[in-house]
Design a protein around this ligand. Structure first.
Ligand SMILES: NC(=O)c1ccc[n+]([C@@H]2O[C@H](COP(=O)([O-])OP(=O)(O)OC[C@H]3O[C@@H](n4cnc5c(N)ncnc54)[C@H](OP(=O)(O)O)[C@@H]3O)[C@@H](O)[C@H]2O)c1
Length: 423
């Protein structure tokens, strides 16, 4: 495959070139905020990645000074206060970039603090009438910015547009009989969506459907199907063909751990069918209808395991890498169409997963928390890792150290989780 075939497919625009692609990417990064908020975001990035690190590591202690709430700190105090400054600016950059709901309150509060600092500093340093005038002049623009931010806080509040309005009335959740899938089904019903719940264990699905209908004014449909079977996805699609599916949650999946030569070939094949083939077929069939309606959402449940080679879970991590790459590509293909694509990458989550995978039990995040992360990120970004600790563990080593070293570390972690006869 040559570079031109990587850069553009049949649907790609004719005017592709490096500038066009960077422009598209920038448009995607900057969309959804007023221009002045984008300026604040870029300023926060400058402070977090250039100014504060320079201030902390390069500037001599004797020359250092920091202003907090209008009070000037110097020397060692100023040096150490660069750390909370870094947290503030890195947090602001992240909050702007991902349009996190807490920014709706945090942004105006931070700007109010700057307003006070700008007003108080001249009063303390200049004193007298001149100090008060300078304080007022310096404080007014920031007070105006605080006011503007408060008025524009809806940019950070997804709740202002209901999921039903954004995506449609019906959701299809695969792997809904347990764990993350059941949590997705409950959360979507809470948001007012009718839900098709599917997996193999019909009794579990019926219990969940009854619970959902008792708790929320929505409808449900139960479809029991084995998605490892090659005809499984088509059977599922036949069972929902009369419904306008607006949200597809490609969640069903399992892991199967152990040294590659020790595990059963049939189960490996089933895992590829369930984790890769089924979401591909379902997405391929449901996406055109969403595009036709100009609205829809497709979520893939990937895993942090898909970010690196994972010895003793090699094929599982490969299937999850598949999900992530497919979802991230579809995110770009569907920008501007009204359809949002997201890959949710959970870390260890407390579900039946570990038992099914044959791992020694080791706890994990709650599936509800994982689902909340996904629904908050949907429409904001192509991929989300649930939990900052998982983000640190999955992203930082992969970016800073050789891939093979990460694989050796991962093997060590997996050996602890795997029973002796499978290592
Ligand atoms: N738990 C974790 O630590 C973790 C971490 C990262 C990613 N994930 C991913 O999260 C997703 C959900 O897993 P989970 O943690 O919620 O595990 P879980 O509790 O074991 O749930 C898996 C779901 O998939 C369904 N499923 C399994 N085999 C199926 C088949 N052949 N046909 C149709 N449905 C099938 C199961 O239902 P039936 O058995 O009734 O068919 C169940 O509803 C998976 O894609 C997994 O890879 C999990």
């Amino acid at each position: 495959m040559g570079p031109s075939s990587i850069m553009g497919g049949p649907g790609a625009s004719a005017s592709l070139g490096p500038e066009a692609e960077v422009k598209d990417w920038l448009k995607d990064v900057l969309q959804g905020r007023p221009w002045w908020m984008n300026v604040l975001m870029i300023f926060s990035a400058y402070m977090a990645f250039i100014y504060v690190p320079w201030d902390f590591f390069v500037k001599p202690v004797a020359e250092d000074h920091e202003v907090w709430f209008g009070i000037t700190f110097t020397g060692v105090w100023a040096k150490w206060l660069a750390i909370p400054h870094e947290i503030v600016y890195a947090g602001a950059f992240y909050g702007f970039l991902r349009r996190r709901p807490w920014m709706a309150v945090w942004g105006p509060l931070y700007l109010a603090q700057v307003t006070i600092a700008m007003a108080v500093w001249p009063i303390l340093h200049e004193g007298g009438g001149r100090g008060w005038v300078m304080g007022a002049v310096a404080g007014v623009p920031f007070a105006a910015l605080t006011f503007a931010f408060w008025n524009a806080r809806a940019h950070f509040l997804q709740t202002d547009r209901a999921l039903t309005e954004r995506y449609g009335e019906w959701a299809l959740v695969t792997g809904a009989s347990a764990g993350i899938g059941a949590a997705f089904a409950r959360a979507l019903a809470r948001e007012g969506l009718n839900v098709v719940v599917t997996a193999r264990r019909r009794d579990r699905l019926e219990a969940l459907a009854s619970e959902i209908e008792a708790d929320h004014p929505v409808r449900t449909r139960v479809v029991d199907v084995d998605l490892t079977a090659p005809e499984g996805p088509e059977q599922l699609l036949d069972a929902v063909q009369d419904l306008p599916i607006g949200v597809l949650i490609n969640n069903a999946g399992f892991g199967y751990g152990g040294r590659f030569e020790k595990v059963e070939a049939e189960r490996l094949k089933g895992m590829v069918n369930l984790n890769c083939l089924a979401p591909s077929v379902l997405t391929h069939r449901l996406l055109p209808r969403m595009l036709h309606r100009h609205r829809g959402a497709i979520v893939f449940t990937g895993s942090v395991a898909g970010r690196q080679p994972l010895p003793l879970h090699g094929l599982y991590s490969a299937t999850k890498g598949f999900d992530s790459l497919l979802a991230e590509a579809l995110y770009v293909e569907t920008r501007g169409t009204g359809v949002d694509v997201l890959v949710l990458e959970p870390g260890t989550t407390a579900t039946e997963f570990q038992e099914v995978a044959g791992e020694i039990q080791h706890g994990g995040e709650s599936p509800e928390a994982v689902v909340e992360v996904a629904l908050t990120a949907l429409g904001q970004q192509p991929t989300v890792i649930s939990g900052w600790w998982n983000w640190l563990r999955a992203v930082v080593p992969a970016r800073l150290s050789p891939r093979s070293l990460v694989a050796f570390i991962a093997r060590h972690v997996m050996e602890v989780r795997m029973p002796a006869d499978r290592r």
